[in-house]
Design a protein around this ligand. Sequence first.
Ligand SMILES: [Zn+2]
Length: 377
Amino acid sequence: MKRRHLYLIALSLLLIVVYGCGIGREKDNSSQPFGPDTTDSLLSKVEQNSERTQEQAVLPKLPAASPVPEKQADPAPPATEPPKPSTGGKENRSPAEPKASPSVREQPPVPAAQAPQPSEPDKHKEKAKLSKPKPLPKQSGEVAAGKKTTRQSSGTSSQLTLSELRAKYPDSFRLKGSSKGKKVALTFDDGPDQRFTPQVLDVLKKYNVKATFFLVGYRAEANPAVVKRIAKEGHVIGNHSYNHPNFPKLPVTVFEQQINRTQNILSRLIGYEPKYIRPPYGAINEEQLQWAIKNQFLIVNWDVDSLDWKGLDAKQVSANILNHAHAGAIILQHSAGGDGQNLSGTIEALPGIIEKLQADGYELVTIPQLLNMSKSK
Ligand SMILES: [Zn+2]
């Protein structure tokens, strides 16, 4: 019996020990540090990703608010505007603004002085695109600024071409000024940067000529001193979007963000709200134009295109401008470019262009002077 008792006692103790260890193990498991947390983490990651996706969907093209280094900006070739051959200026031609975007390569180079092609109603070919700040998604649209873009619909119905929009809203969408009085306006897009814009300013200062600069918001943020210099030296500043998207491809709400964000940046630096908008590639749709009109903006494209964004040499840039200059002309050049884009042709050509235009009796004026309007809203 005793032996049996001892056996039972030993067995009981063994069970107790075994049971006790089991509990211990469970406790260990429950206290594992990464179990539940991991799950939570995964959930939060999923949520975060969703948010990111939504943000991207909402603001596809806006670069982060953070300043974009100039270099990045530089990479972007000058946004090109409408490729229009310039010359006479038939109203038909619509400017297309090319941007300098690294990605999109331009179309066939346009030789410098190209004779005006009478019938090119809205041909905007876009050329170069602006490079956007890194955060910017690629824009597929740059190239499209031309007809296609214009006609594309963002939603439903077919849209009016740029020529049709100009015809429908003649007071709010301009390509040139009055031919009365021998005036022309030099305009420089896609700046500011620290490489070419200061050189353009130096030349203008030397000749005491005032011009109009259509600035890109993110570049203005990155180069505030250059923006201030432009204004301080008597030039007029206009809004060229925040990061050079192809407007017709954007919902009107995003278009508004592009304009308003840039207005805020510029007005803080120069003390007034620019009245003029030059759409990247010269492209805009009717809904966006109506918003601009309602908000007291004037859309200003150009009718003489230097095509300088193509990296043309000084001789070609001069020919593209001088062969097509006329009273009331709005001349397009660039004061900043994209990656690898060389605007030295524009810098070198500028003195000669100014001298020749003045020798021919033209007065070089700003857009508000040419259109007899205010520079601010
Ligand atoms: Zn541009």
